[in-house]
Each structure stands twice: as structure tokens, then as C-alpha cells.
Design a protein around this ligand. Structure first.
Ligand code: EPU
Length: 443
């Protein structure tokens, strides 16, 4: 169990100005680190964000036999000449979603593996049934234990796998199993998020044969061996949208260097419709407020839809918009828990179990509070905030930045898992943020 290293004390009311640089995408880099296990040769990743989640994955890899060298501040060399242990310690049970992705590579390298059951943010049940069904279809013998999963096989075989929902993790899991399997694997209804495609690019550079069809079908022709490569992962589109929202919410003007328009198209449309605007620059995208903010209707969805991880900063923006906004969350059944603390700050957000806004999703009639109505504009007042999960964490930062008065934010360990130097970056654009070491804090 990790504890906070520090709390953040934020005094709101200052428009943010200046420029900030986003790092490599957490959800691409961590998967590519796992993919590096598919060969005994070294691979180099550049543009690696210095976030806690990367440190955790490196600890996991080291336990399996990976040799890790930082070549410079952002470049990492990983090499696993031999798998020294086919199992990952149960200490990692509940830590994140990465160990389950190691099953395919470990099956190829040593024919068996035992992996702790995943955790991740507190945003829904997040089962792994699609992952295990896919591996079983490819010939793995899967045994589920209360805290771990064991897999065994003589050789993984290509298969036709149809995902009930385009799950990012399950698509990646089957991909990592399929690239060295005997024969062809076809993944129907696959996820095609930019981070998944970036990991496909990494695998192709390693020698894999993967093609992506227009109808969400991914075809993988198994090869006999893969080799090491050098790759620069895409930039983090969630971090980019987070700082974009901060610029618009505070009425400032921030250039987000490294923001890539092609990965933000849906976000940019909604931002413009609610009153923000942007200009693509040589280094990234400049974000600012165009007019007083007005209500919007947004539905989260799989790519190229509006990402579920953009939903939380958007909700804070909508608390500052005139009118009644509706957000329908269709990826996770329970991703609005964080709004109760925003209401304590003065927001007016009501949750509903109905599919608000038109389209029915797979959570219809299931009693999950997966729609939100945000009435605005509301005046937020600073106060104590406890971060429940990574993406809610940035939403609370944003709420504190627009609020009157000072907020003291705990649970910062969640935020630091996925955001690189959030305090330094916020200060550089003029935010009034102090850190308070937890040990010297008597609350
Ligand atoms: N699902 C199942 N069974 C499965 C797998 C998924 O029912 O076996 C369901 C999930 O419960 C969820 C939906 O399918 O309702 C989508 O889940 P998905 O598998 O796509 O999510 P993930 O791979 O666990 C990744 C990111 C998330 C991001 C989602 C959606 C990583 C490490 N995590 O999660 O990122 O929200 O895709 O794009 O890549 C974050 O970075 O803060 C984060 C939560």
C-alpha cells in the first residue's frame, strides 16, 4: 500500500498563462515495456514519462529478469536475456492492470506464468474475463485462484477472438499473445485507441505482422521470433486535455507543447462548442477561452469517441458553464463517485442511472449511476479534497484552481502515478500550488 509523499495546497482564482510540455503516454509506454519481454534482445524507449506507474512496471519487470538502464532523463533501455522467474509476486495484487498483460510474453518465453490479479483505479468492477477467454481460445490452460491467475501452454495457437466490448487491455493482451503464436489470430471488435495502435507500431518494429482493418478487426500473423527495437511512444493525450481544460477553466492561455491534434479531435470539438478555443502551433496547441462557457452534452465512448479519461476535467469545466450539461459515461459503470466532493465545494451535479442524452448503452436498466447533470455556472469554494483515483485527481486540481480560497488536496499518490511533475508544471504556468510534506502535517 502506497502512501502520499505530500499534499498539495492550492489557492484558486489565478488564470494560467505560459507553456507546459506533455510527456509520453502512460498507457502506451507501460504496455511497450511489457512487449519488450517478447524478445531476449534489448529495446530502447525514448519519451518515457517519469511517473510512478512507470517505476512500478520497472519493478515488476526487474522481478522477471529484465535489466533496466536509464540512458538519459527520458530514455530507457530494457533487456530480458532470460526470464529468471515466470511469476510475479502477489505483492502486486491489486496494484494495476499491467501484470495480466505479461501472461502472453511469459507463455512464449517459458511456457507458464502466475500473475497476481489486477487492480487499477476505483471506477468500476473492471473484470478480466475477456482477457482470460481470449487466452483460452489461443490454447492456454488458465486456472483462476482468489488472488492470482496461472496460465500454461505448450504453444499458443492463432484463433478468432470476438471481444464483447472493444476493451483496450484485452485487445493488448491478445495482441501480445498472438504476435509469436502459431498461425493467424483475428481479433474482432478490437480497441483501436491511439495507445493500442502505438503499441502495434512498436510490435511491428520488433518484427511482428499486424494489420488493422477499418471495422475494428486486428489481424496478427504469428512469426517465429521478434527482435529489439527503438521507439518513441506517442505523447499523453490525457495529460494534454487536462492542461487544456485548466487553461480554459481559469480563463487563461496555455500552450500545451507536444499536444497532438490527431489524438484530440473529439476533445477539441467539445471544447470549442462549450466556449474554449485553440490554435495549433509548431510545438503543440495553444488553448484559451473564446467566450463565456455554455452547457454541453457529452457522451464518452471508445476511440474515436470522447475518452472516458477526459470526462473528469470536462465536468469541472462544465461547473463553470452557463446552463445544464449532460454527461453520459458509457465505458465505466461507476466513474462519477468523485463528483460528491465537487458538490461539497459548491458544484451542482446530480447523478442518474438512466442513459441520459439519447443513446442507450450497455449499462441501461442496470442501476449504475453513469449519467451526470451539471448545473452551472456555480461558484466553487476551496476546502479539503481527498483524491479517489488518478483522473479524478486532476479534476480536483482543476476545481481548486478555479475555486475561491485555498484547497488542501490529499491522495496525491494517485495523481502522481500518471502525471509527471504536476506541481512543477502547474507552477510554471502561474498556479499557486504549494506542497506540504505529509509527515509534518498534523491533520
Ligand atoms: N471489461 C470487461 N472485461 C474485461 C475487460 C474489460 O468487462 O475482461 C470492461 C471494463 O470493465 C470496462 C470496459 O470493458 O467497463 C473497458 O475497459 P478496458 O479494458 O478498455 O480498460 P482497461 O484496458 O482496463 C485502459 C486504460 C484506462 C482507460 C481505459 C479505456 C490502461 C492501463 N488503462 O483500461 O486508463 O480508461 O483503457 O480507454 O491502459 C487511466 O489511465 O487513468 C485509465 C483508467
Amino acid at each position: 500500500m502506497q502512501h502520499d509523499r505530500r499534499r498539495y495546497r492550492i489557492t484558486g482564482g489565478r488564470p494560467l498563462h505560459g507553456s507546459v510540455t506533455v510527456g509520453g503516454a502512460k498507457n502506451a509506454v507501460t504496455k511497450q515495456l511489457v512487449a519488450s519481454l517478447l524478445t531476449s534482445e534489448p529495446s530502447i524507449l525514448t519519451n518515457v514519462p517519469r511517473i510512478v506507474e512507470v517505476e512500478i512496471v520497472l519493478h515488476m519487470l526487474a522481478e522477471l529478469g529484465t535489466k533496466i538502464t536509464w540512458l538519459d532523463a527520458k530514455s530507457l533501455r530494457v533487456e530480458t536475456p532470460q526470464i529468471t522467474s515466470p511469476s510475479l509476486s502477489e505483492l502486486y495484487s491489486g496494484v494495476n492492470r499491467i501484470p495480466i498483460l505479461m501472461m502472453g510474453p511469459l507463455l512464449h518465453r517459458v511456457g507458464e506464468s502466475s500473475i497476481p490479479l489486477p487492480g487499477g483505479c476505483r471506477i468500476g468492477k473492471r473484470p478480466i474475463d475477456f482477457h482470460l477467454a481470449g487466452l483460452r481460445e489461443m490454447g492456454a490452460e488458465v486456472t483462476e485462484m482468489p488472488r492470482s491467475v496461472t496460465v500454461k501452454t505448450l504453444r499458443l495457437e492463432g484463433a478468432h477472438v470476438t471481444l464483447p466490448f472493444p476493451s483496450v487491455g484485452a485487445t493488448e493482451n491478445i495482441l501480445l499473445a498472438a504476435v509469436l503464436a502459431r498461425g493467424t489470430t483475428v481479433i474482432h471488435n478490437a480497441a483501436v485507441e491511439p495507445e493500442v495502435l502505438d503499441t502495434i507500431h512498436f510490435l511491428q518494429q520488433m518484427g511482428a505482422l499486424v494489420s488493422v482493418e477499418v471495422d475494428r478487426t486486428i489481424i496478427v500473423e504469428g512469426v517465429d521470433r521478434l527482435h529489439g527495437t527503438t521507439h518513441r511512444p506517442i505523447n499523453d493525450r490525457i495529460e494534454a486535455a487536462s492542461f487544456a481544460a485548466a487553461a480554459v477553466a481559469t480563463g487563461g492561455r496555455v500552450e500545451v507543447r507536444g499536444a497532438q491534434q490527431e489524438h484530440l479531435v473529439t476533445f477539441l470539438n467539445h471544447l470549442r462548442k462549450l466556449g474554449g478555443d485553440f490554435r495549433v502551433t509548431e510545438a503543440g496547441i495553444l488553448f484559451y477561452r473564446q467566450r463565456p462557457l455554455t452547457a454541453e452534452h457529452v457522451e464518452t465512448g471508445v476511440h474515436p469517441g470522447f475518452m472516458t479519461d477526459w470526462q473528469q476535467p470536462l465536468v469541472v469545466l462544465l461547473t463553470q458553464a452557463q446552463g445544464s450539461s449532460v454527461i453520459h459515461e458509457t465505458i465505466y459503470e461507476d466513474r462519477f463517485g468523485y463528483t460528491s466532493q465537487l458538490n461539497r465545494m459548491g458544484a451542482n451535479i446530480a447523478l442518474s442511472t438512466a442513459c441520459l442524452g439519447g443513446r442507450e448503452c450497455r449499462f441501461a436498466s442496470k442501476d449504475f449511476p453513469h449519467s451526470a447533470i451539471v448545473m452551472g455556472a456555480t461558484l466553487l469554494c476551496g476546502g479539503p479534497l481527498e483524491i479517489p483515483d488518478l483522473r479524478a485527481g486532476f479534476a480536483y486540481i482543476l476545481a481548486a484552481l478555479v475555486a475561491h480560497g485555498t484547497s488542501e488536496i490529499s491522495g496525491t499518490r494517485y495523481l502522481e502515478r500518471g502525471y509527471e511533475d504536476p506541481v512543477g508544471k502547474l507552477r510554471a504556468i502561474g498556479a499557486d500550488v504549494e506542497t506540504v510534506p505529509v509527515s509534518s502535517d498534523n491533520t
